[in-house]
Design a protein around this ligand. Structure first.
Ligand code: 57M
Length: 361
């Protein structure tokens, strides 16, 4: 909004030219979202506690998790609220990609909110049914993908670039639609599965947003895209403002979600974060890079798929002590913070590998 209000005035006051720069607005979007999160955090957490939006143990998790009973959940509304506000304040509101990502972010947040509401207030531990949740995710992802394809001005939206290969770009044509749905819905669920230890989902999300934010900035810059041999996506650079807001909101949330957590993000946080992250990756044509930088989410999801598959095939044997894999390490005797911090370290390494794809090709 500041961009739309102040840049036209730069003819009269040249200092306002600074609002033209995406980098400047990205930095301040991060700072704004973080400050809002830190300020409203205690108030929202108190309210969530009063309204008894808190987790009841389901009784079959590692023993240590029983102590977490009573921790309020749905803290994701702090992330969604502050990131949306900050994006509206700092981004160019005539940019269609910004609205598409905000749509997915808010819609998945609403879906998660309904699920959390049922689990906590309505005391239905299963929340909304898996089928209803999937249908909701599907409808939103279909709408978002259709919008992305219609905004694309250069005929690049259905292309898939292979990191590490300079000129290996496949045009998936109409198959791309299904691929994009898979990426958006899959990432949303993968972040949700990962969200089982204090700080475990939010920090890899922050790292992924910082990395994908850089990629989308490069992809939206005609000279950088050309120099780096990545697909140029006109107008996509503005999404780095949203990514900046997510980095700030995520770090602010981590302040309260750090072990021992005062609040969990709930599905309102995990579904929306995953959905928005994937949508930015889809728009920037860095879907494979997302799988690298979000490797923790991928491995957590694969651990569940393998665990369930092996259990069925072997007639009741388990591959891991418990899936998702963070529970396996807990049951192996690692402390919660050891698991979390080690997963963060892996996330940072994966981000560096992802960044290396810009040059190693
Ligand atoms: C949600 N929810 C956390 C919190 C958070 C198919 C199966 C693998 C599905 C999976 C599942 O239900 N996953 C999705 C996981 C829960 O956290 C809440 O949920 C929100 C995210 N959706 O924001 O509101 C618990 O996680 C802990 N937590 C923290 N700190 C945080 O910052 O400590 C969360 C956030 C919280 C808290 O204890 O209550 C969760 O883990 O339930 N199911 C599972 O993950 C179950 N795995 C399982 O059954 N494995 C089987 C098979 C099916 C693969 C096996 O290995 O044999 C685990 N669920 C629970 N305990 N509750 C097993 C252990």
């Amino acid at each position: 909004m500041l961009y739309n209000l102040l840049v036209p005035l730069s003819d009269y006051l040249s200092i306002l030219n600074v609002f033209r720069y995406i980098t400047f607005r990205t930095a301040y979007a991060a700072v704004t979202a973080m400050i809002i999160t830190l300020i409203i955090g205690p108030y929202v957490i108190r309210k969530l506690q009063e309204m008894s939006f808190n987790m009841k143990s389901k009784g079959y998790e590692p023993d240590r998790h029983k102590q977490k009973e009573g921790t309020p959940t749905m803290g994701g509304i702090i992330i969604v609220g502050s990131a949306v506000f900050s994006t509206l304040l700092w981004a160019d509101l005539t940019n269609q990609y910004v609205w598409i990502v905000l749509f997915v972010f808010a819609a998945y947040g609403l879906l998660g909110f309904i699920d959390d509401y049922k689990k906590t207030i309505l005391k239905n531990p299963d929340g909304i049914s898996a089928k209803t949740k999937f249908m909701g995710q599907l409808v939103v992802a279909v709408a978002a993908t259709a919008m992305i394809l219609s905004v694309d001005a250069d005929g690049n939206a259905t292309k898939l670039a292979m990191p590490f290969f300079k000129d290996f770009i496949m045009d998936l044509s109409f198959f791309y639609f299904a691929f994009a749905l898979f990426v958006i819905i899959g990432t949303s669920n993968a972040v949700n599965l990962t969200d089982g230890l204090d700080g475990l989902a939010i920090m890899p999300s922050v790292i992924a947003f910082a990395t994908i934010g850089l990629f989308v900035y490069m992809a939206g810059h005609v000279k950088f895209a050309d120099y780096l041999h990545i697909i140029y996506v006109r107008d996509a650079g503005e999404l780095s403002v949203f990514c900046g807001a997510m980095v700030g909101a995520g770090l602010g949330f981590l302040w309260y979600n750090a072990h021992p957590a005062s609040v969990f993000m709930g599905d309102v946080g995990s579904l929306s974060i995953g959905g928005a992250l994937a949508t930015v990756a889809v728009i920037s044509k860095h879907e494979i890079v997302l799988a690298i930088v979000g490797g923790i989410f991928v491995v957590e999801t694969l651990s569940v798929i393998f665990q369930v598959g092996y259990y069925k095939m072997s007639g009741g044997k388990r591959l891991f002590r418990m899936a998702p894999i963070h529970h396996h390490f807990e049951l192996a005797g690692w402390s919660e913070t050891k698991v979390t911090v080690r997963f963060w370290i892996i996330s940072i390494i994966l981000a560096l590998v992802a960044l290396s794809t810009l040059k190693l090709r």
